[in-house]
Structures are given as C-alpha cells and as structure tokens.
Design a protein around this ligand. Structure first.
Ligand SMILES: [Zn+2]
Length: 117
C-alpha cells in the first residue's frame, strides 16, 4: 500500500516537471543534430553583421525582427551563433523553432544607413 502511494507521487512529479522543461530541451537537442539550410546560414551571417562585428554573436532580438536590443541574460544558441533575445518570452519562442523564426525574419538595413541623414 505504501509502495503504491510512493509510485503515484513519483509519477506526479515526473509528469509535472516533464511539462515545464522537456520541450525546450528537446528542441535545442534536435537543432544541434540537424544541419541548417544555406538560406538559414546566410541569414545568420547577415544578422551577425548588424552589430558591426562578425563575431558569431547576434546582438539583436531575432523574434522582434532584429529591431530590439537583446540582453545577455536571455541568450540562446543557433547553428554556432549566440543570439541575444530581449525577453524570456522571445527566447522561448526562438528556441521552440529557431529555423522558423530565422526564415521568417527579414534582415533590416544596417543601422548606419538609417542614421546617415
Ligand atoms: Zn524580442
């Protein structure tokens, strides 16, 4: 009887923690295994250049169409690039399907083009 209760409690814990953390972990695992398409890689190179340096760090929030500054505390990785997001919401959205976000984001003009008036 005691044993059954313990098993039920354990099952409850597994189900609860599984809901919270598993999908994100699985998504980033799958990402590492699947090679990116040329289109995705080209977009990442462009996004990387936006901050003026090709250091494999994307400083703008990809989910906000690269229009918001990312924050170091909301960082994720995609295809060898470190991407700063502006919020935990954006980071979660990005990690759930990075390729989808990247392919749906139009790379904006470089900031200096906008400032040169
Ligand atoms: Zn954002």
């Amino acid at each position: 009887m005691k044993h059954t209760l313990f098993s039920l409690a354990l099952l409850g814990i597994v189900v609860m923690t599984g809901c919270n953390s598993a999908p994100e972990e699985l998504a980033s695992q799958a990402l590492l295994e699947a090679p990116p398409s040329e289109e995705i890689l080209a977009a990442l190179v462009q996004a990387d250049k936006l901050d003026g340096t090709e250091d494999h760090v994307i400083g703008k929030c990809y989910v906000c169409q690269l229009g918001m500054n990312g924050k170091p505390e909301f960082t994720t990785e995609a295809h060898g690039y470190t991407a700063h997001m502006c919020s935990s919401y954006c980071r979660d959205h990005f990690t759930s399907d990075p390729d989808e976000v990247i392919s749906n984001t139009e790379i904006p003009a470089k900031p200096e083009n906008l400032a040169a008036h």
